[in-house]
Ligand binder design. Sequence first.
Ligand SMILES: NC(=O)c1ccc[n+]([C@@H]2O[C@H](COP(=O)([O-])OP(=O)(O)OC[C@H]3O[C@@H](n4cnc5c(N)ncnc54)[C@H](O)[C@@H]3O)[C@@H](O)[C@H]2O)c1
Length: 428
Amino acid sequence: MSSQHQIPSYLVPHDIGPWGVYLEQIDRVTPYLGGLARWVETLKRPKRILIVDVPIERDDGTIAHFEGYRVQHNTSRGPGKGGVRFHQDVTLSEVMALSAWMTVKNAAVNVPYGGAKGGIRVDPKLLSQGELQRITRRYTSEINIIIGPNKDIPAPDVNTNEKVMAWMMDTYSMNQGSTATGVVTGKPISLGGSLGRQEATGRGVFVVGCEAAAKRGLDIAGAKVAVQGFGNVGGVAARLFTEAGAKVVAVQDHAATVIHEGGLDITALQEHVARHGSVAGFPGGEFLKERDDFWGIDCDILVPAALEQQITTENASRIRASIILEGANGPTTPAADDILKEKNVLVVPDVIANAGGVTVSYFEWVQDFSSFFWTEDEINLRLTRIMREAFAAVWQIASDKRVSLRTAAFIVGCTRVLQAREMRGLYP
Ligand SMILES: NC(=O)c1ccc[n+]([C@@H]2O[C@H](COP(=O)([O-])OP(=O)(O)OC[C@H]3O[C@@H](n4cnc5c(N)ncnc54)[C@H](O)[C@@H]3O)[C@@H](O)[C@H]2O)c1
């Protein structure tokens, strides 16, 4: 059906925001989907979007309102699954894209979930602990109608952590009238959390990094690594690379870029960030004056682990790394992908590279249902096996079809989602 609309739909990317990037990635995979391409429009439309008003009373007695979102992009393969982000720049377009990448990721590593994501448009650094708790609880109550252990299971993302997950679990449980540990993952261990979850995303980045390095003939011991974003994902990945003998030569966060040619002391840097809130002022390194110069740093492995659309046509040609491990979701635009391909840079895409988090979230959810908890060794072994197998499968498809690892990962993920859609049939 065609019609003329004066005003664009929310499905149309106005300029190339994260949702536009995702749509372009889907266009690039469509020629490889065979007969399933008939269903591809399913992937271009989130199944369900909930926009909520989140009012709280500030400590000074005033009332503040915030925009909250929960998007369930696709539930063909299972309940929705994806993190909750607290950030001043959260938009509907961003949450739509993040939820869609969860659909592809969960299918690519074959965990039985659909894709979802949520967020509040707020800078949590400006909130007191009491305000943070109130905003979390009100948001959870507002999205209560669509989340649940069998419906949609949130988890931590940027600026949310196990404390926020504990409040979300408690709020949902209070509304239900019984404790429901399986409603969120990334919880504290004492509340049904899983050993290894906190480190899982960074560990997964490290595991696929080792696989990619082996393919490129690069020795991890002595390799130079640069990391953007030094939170849950970037901090853990940096530590594991250092423990394996690599040198982390640069770390950039929201406030500063610290460099040290001989390799930064990651433990000391983590302690500094815990105390001061950022890498700024760290005594064990030098600082870049221009933030953009981070992209031209001499390194072998580059780990974007902050936000979307960081590697663009503006900086892709300056990148000197031979491997990029996408710890963040959506850090590279399609046009930058093309430049990196020309330069023979191996990009391990987000939907594989950062899938360690959702994989151990899956373990946590299974443990909560059975109330039987595994050892950390068991979890890390299973995580490592899933990450290696996923990387190997995607590598094989990329070689067979002569496509990028991103398109190969999308072939695996989108095929599984659309097969499920086709087998279930269209309701009614
Ligand atoms: N936490 C998880 O389990 C998980 C799983 C998969 C993917 N991810 C993705 O990884 C990325 C980071 O998530 P996280 O959980 O580590 O978040 P986090 O809040 O723990 O850390 C975010 C880091 O990014 C930095 N940052 C923010 N804005 C920046 C900017 N403009 N430039 C440079 N650095 C900036 C912050 O200073 C901080 O160091 C996000 O894209 C997220 O979606 C997270």
